[in-house]
Design a binder for this molecule. Sequence first.
Ligand code: PRP
Length: 209
Amino acid sequence: MDKPIRIALTKGRLEKDTVGLLEKLGFDCSAVRDKGRKLILPVPDANLEVVLAKANDVITYVEHGVCDMGVVGKDTIMEMKGKFFELVDLGFGRCKFALATKKGYDFYRGFGVKTIATKYPNVSRSFFEKKGMDVDIVKIEGSVELAPLLELADGIVDIVETGTTLKENGLEVIEDVAPISARLIVNTVSLKMRQAEIESLIEKIQANL
Ligand code: PRP
């Protein structure tokens, strides 16, 4: 048998949803389910090797070809870009990028340059560039919702899923930026070298979405 196809999964919810999907295809994922602290796990009957990584690292590993495939959110793909094929919208991990402000704040009023806090400076920059609007962007590492409350920013561009975090902090969406869901990405060389195996797995996945 050929060496296993290596697939990097974004640790956490996307990992769990992907394992659920692989089990739906009939593959035994018990090694991944009982992983303990291990980070590389076999799914032997699918000839797969699962690598568990943070979202940005999934892209790095797939780009460098040390993983053939990856499952990562469209949010990370939009922010990092990179050279790989994005082949399947897996449909889970659904949420959106949105522009949000303090409730009732008139963001588009006046001509002063607005400040945007975000974990996603590239996504934010391209959103406002398309509008032809000049903004200052401040990169924040977590709980971006704090920035307007502390008066650091006029608005935030962040991930909104249920909307609860915004609501509980007196913020509201004023514009959707982009829809997000989990995507299956493939290394460009792997797709050529192991085309039959990768395409067969993708067909099975698509038939079970
Ligand atoms: C994301 C996002 C929001 C929250 C939105 O953070 O940055 O804070 O989820 O979810 P909601 O609309 O359902 O309230 P996450 O929980 O991923 O944590 P992070 O700040 O570590 O990215």
